[in-house]
Write a new protein. Structure first.
Length: 421
DNA sequence: TCTGGGGTCCTAGGACCC
DNA sequence: TCTGGGGTCCTAGGACCC
């Protein structure tokens, strides 16, 4: 039996844990740069605001209804996520962390009552973290996803939604658009509709050969999962990343190459940290820069370049040096740049890296110890305890986040104070 | 003025190898 | 008339997820 544990309006719930006055009010959390709505409380959803709406377009509605608005505080959400996952791990025999706010749990025991175990999972997370969750329970991951969706729509189920007997499964599938099934996106939903498959029950009963031909093996797996045949396994430990991306829009347009250099160094350094965290090195690096595509009357320029490194590395100074040269190769003056980013590819375990006979510089034990020391200082003493000067100090190009809450769980000076009288 | 940031997988077709 | 059989690697494009 699969259990999908899904946090309700996760980012909003994180804000509410430390700010109970937000209960019952419409609350939204914005994407980086205070760009779009990425999390909405139920009250905010009731105002008819769609996920992903640009903030500046819905600001007035939010203001009118007294909504609380937050910049995204990933330090807080990341730490709360860790707590939720640790709570689950304390009773889940097998578990996969699927995203920042979702985890799959599997229980093989035939003795356990699914509803009771689901309720236990839910109770533990709520009690230990204050984050409300919905648990969807079914025979496959895809059906568990559907179960949790239904659970969120039906407050009377108390946050635990079981989709067990086939009669109920059929009923639920018949009432569900095919496009709302996990694994069926916009394009496939449209294709299905054109072929007379509208609801998920019709998808489940679709012809295997047709599905295989039109939706590849991936689509066929989804169909099997709807039939109760488990095809998508539980991945208990995440596989190492094959690509690492670090990019951001700027808080304002950037024209000077000196500022772009800071940003590019900053992204390269972040990507390198992610790379080292999984014990890998990267063999190639991509840099892209672009202007603001929404400003149609501005001159537009966007360019990406990929270079192969002479030797795979995770050494930050080398990646920064490379990024600088790449920037010089594509930068053109006279444009208002809005975004830049670094991507790392050809990622392999550090121990497997091939040494280049013709390379004048090899990553030595010394450089890797240096990086290890920097990483450890930053993880124990706080982000950016040490960073490279090339990343810039004032970072005036940095992102806007004017409505940031405190880092209640990760910064000493932000810990909430409680006064008892 | 203002529009996010990460990722993965599959397939077809072409080039190449013995 | 009739032109083998078995592979790998790479790329672009398309799909999906949170």
């Amino acid at each position: 039996v699969y259990y999908l544990v899904d946090c309700n309006n996760f980012y909003v719930s994180c804000e509410r844990v430390f700010n109970p006055a937000l209960a019952g009010r419409p609350v939204v959390v914005l994407s980086n740069n205070d760009g779009n709505l990425v999390a909405l409380s139920n009250e905010a959803k009731e105002l008819g605001l769609p996920f992903g709406a640009p903030y500046f377009k819905v600001k007035d509605i939010l203001l009118k209804h007294g909504a609380a608005v937050f910049s995204s505080n990933y330090t807080l959400y990341g730490d709360m996520s860790r707590r939720v996952m640790e709570s689950l791990a304390s009773i889940a025999p097998e578990m996969e962390i699927y995203s920042i706010d979702e985890a799959f749990v599997r229980l093989r025991s035939r003795n356990a009552d699914p509803f009771e175990f689901g309720a236990a999972l839910r109770e533990r997370v709520v009690r230990w973290t204050g984050i409300p969750v919905t648990v969807g329970i079914a025979a496959t991951k895809t059906l568990a996803k559907l179960a949790s969706r239904l659970g969120k729509k039906d407050p009377s189920c108390g946050g635990v939604s079981v989709l067990a007997d086939d009669g109920r499964v059929k009923e639920a599938l018949a009432a569900c658009d095919a496009g709302d099934i996990w694994g069926v996106g916009r394009a496939y939903a449209e294709k299905l509709r054109k072929n007379g498959i509208r609801d998920a029950l019709a998808l489940r009963e679709a012809d295997d050969a047709w599905v295989r031909r039109n939706m590849t093996i991936v689509g066929l797996r989804t169909v099997y999962e709807l039939r109760g045949v488990s095809c998508i396994s539980l991945d208990e430990l995440p596989p190492p990343k094959k690509a690492i991306v670090s990019s951001r829009s700027f808080g304002r347009p950037v024209e000077a190459v000196s500022e772009l250099r800071e940003a590019v160094a900053f992204y390269a350094a972040r990507a390198a940290v992610k790379l080292r965290r999984q014990g890998s090195v990267a063999g190639s690096i991509t840099l892209f820069i672009s202007t603001n595509r929404f400003r149609e009357n501005d001159p537009q320029y966007s360019k990406a370049v990929t270079w192969r490194l002479p030797e795979a590395t995770s050494y930050t100074p080398r990646l920064i040096e490379c990024a600088f040269k790449m920037l010089d190769s594509i930068y053109r003056p006279g444009f208002r740049y809005k975004k830049a980013g670094i991507m790392l590819y050809e990622i392999i375990p550090a121990a497997d890296a091939q040494i280049n006979l013709f390379c004048s510089f090899h990553d030595s034990e010394k450089t890797s110890r240096l990086m290890d020391t920097v990483d450890r200082l930053n993880s124990s003493m706080g982000r950016e305890t040490l960073y490279f000067a090339a990343q810039g100090v004032s970072r005036e190009w940095g992102m806007r986040r004017g409505m940031l809450s405190r880092c209640y769980t990760t910064k000493w000076k932000d810990i909430p104070e409680v006064h008892a009288r």
